[in-house]
Ligand binder design. Structure first.
Ligand code: SF4
Ligand SMILES: [Zn+2]
Length: 320
């Protein structure tokens, strides 16, 4: 039996079905980022550097991806002009000095309903001291606004896009409104404009046979690096948005176990083809062994920071 076809065949997903299963949004303020943080990340300049992240409050993304929970901290309408620069100002007043900043807006930075175009110049002038501006964006929004922003920024842009998976059937079920060709064309356009590209890649997305998850994730990373993506962020797929719980109850879904995250990292760090950043948020929750969990997560963190493969952790308790 083709488990993947079986898993995908009975489950219909469209925008309305995703919307119908959502819970309430959090209350957010158009003049305040909903979260800020500073962390150490291996940068496009091939060294560990402090990177600030400003989680901007803005209008909800118009796309309705199956696994997305970013809508929880968004607004139903466009923010007033001036609100985004004000959020950045507020964030910078509370964060340490750094040279790299992520402006993550739970959607697409170059969607003018999300980030008003009138705010581009005020944003850029406030970020004069940064050498890298990282924004998230869908291939559909990688047009002239994006290319123009790169020129106005003096070539400091890095664009992060959700590739998720190289498997066309699963990509369709993720309701991404793009196929692999769309992604590849967007990467080509960004690279032509000398924009650094980062891709988000899901480990064990819904509708994928769990036993195929590691190989499929690695194949997706390979594809991304082969077309010039500089950095792949590997995201272990999680539930929590309504639709994912329905999928779990209907055709089955589980977040990938820690050993699968390690298996992807073990191979990808040895390729030495581009940056690989494994998302370790709440990763302890998918560990099956309390004895070695912290050490294993620390190893993944160290590999993230050095981009070098490290010896696996041995554990007498679980036999890992
Ligand atoms: S494009 Fe990104 S922000 Fe928009 S729905 Fe999909 S995953 Fe969420
Ligand atoms: Zn163990």
């Amino acid at each position: 039996m083709d488990v993947r076809r079986e898993r995908g065949s009975t489950f219909h997903i469209d925008d309305q079905s995703v919307l119908d299963l959502r819970g309430p949004k959090n209350t957010v303020d158009p003049w305040k980022p909903y979260h800020i943080l500073a962390e150490e990340e291996y940068s496009r300049h091939r060294k560990l550097e402090t990177v600030l992240t400003v989680f901007l409050t803005n209008q909800e993304c118009p796309l309705r991806c199956t696994m997305c929970d970013l809508w929880k901290n968004t607004l139903d309408s466009t923010v007033p002009i001036g609100a985004i620069p004000a959020q950045i100002e507020l964030a910078l007043s509370q964060l340490p000095n750094a040279k790299k900043i992520k402006l993550y807006n739970s959607g697409n930075f170059f969607d003018p309903k999300a980030i008003p175009t009138a705010d581009y110049d005020p944003i850029l002038s406030r970020l004069d001291d940064f050498d890298t501006l990282i924004v998230e964006n869908h291939p559909k929004f990688c047009g002239t606004r994006c290319i123009d922003f790169q020129a106005r920024s003096g070539g400091r842009l890095e664009v992060a896009m959700g590739l998720e998976t190289h498997e066309p059937a699963i990509l369709r079920k993720l309701n991404k409104k793009m196929d692999l060709d769309d992604f590849d064309a967007a990467v080509e356009k960004l690279l032509d404009a000398e924009i650094t590209v980062r891709a988000f890649v899901l480990l064990q997305p819904p509708f994928m046979a769990p036993e195929a998850a590691v190989d499929s994730c690695l194949a997706t990373l390979e594809h991304a690096f082969s077309i010039g993506v500089d950095c792949c962020a590997v995201i272990p797929t999680r539930g929590g948005n309504g639709m994912m719980e329905k999928i779990k109850g209907s055709v089955g879904f589980e977040p990938p176990e820690l050993f699968k995250v390690e298996a992807v990292a073990d191979t990808a760090y040895r390729w030495n083809r581009g940056r690989v950043l494994v998302d370790l948020w709440d990763i302890e929750s998918v560990s099956k062994c309390e004895s070695c969990c912290l050490a294993r997560v620390a190893r993944l963190q160290a590999m993230n920071e050095t981009q070098r493969w490290l010896e696996p952790i041995a554990c007498d308790e679980c036999g890992s």
